[in-house]
Design a protein around this ligand. Structure first.
Ligand SMILES: [Zn+2]
Length: 89
């Protein structure tokens, strides 16, 4: 067995996220634990802003579904894409 499983990768990403959070001075009590990570699409930047504070942009112009993103690279949780409608539409 050479490759890591998706579960192992997910746990690693989650550990990395927790370590990063601690370095920012956040304790575990202040981390809101949700089963999914919300990626909010920003049309002006063509990027997704994630719940865990990451910014993701796809170079191939595809969206989350096109790129078959299922887990957040930043925190390892399942990704839920959010496409806000412009307020002044
Ligand atoms: Zn995330």
């Amino acid at each position: 067995m050479t490759d890591k499983t998706d579960t192992e990768k997910m746990y690693e990403a989650q550990h990395e996220w927790f370590n990063k959070s601690f370095r920012r001075g956040m304790g575990p009590a202040q981390i809101e634990v949700k089963p999914e990570c919300k990626w909010t699409y920003d049309e002006s930047t063509d990027a997704y802003e994630s719940d865990c504070g990451e910014l993701w942009r796809f170079d191939n112009l595809g969206n989350v579904a096109d790129n078959r993103v299922r887990f957040c690279h930043g925190c390892g949780r399942s990704v839920v894409a959010v496409y806000p409608r412009p307020e002044d539409a």
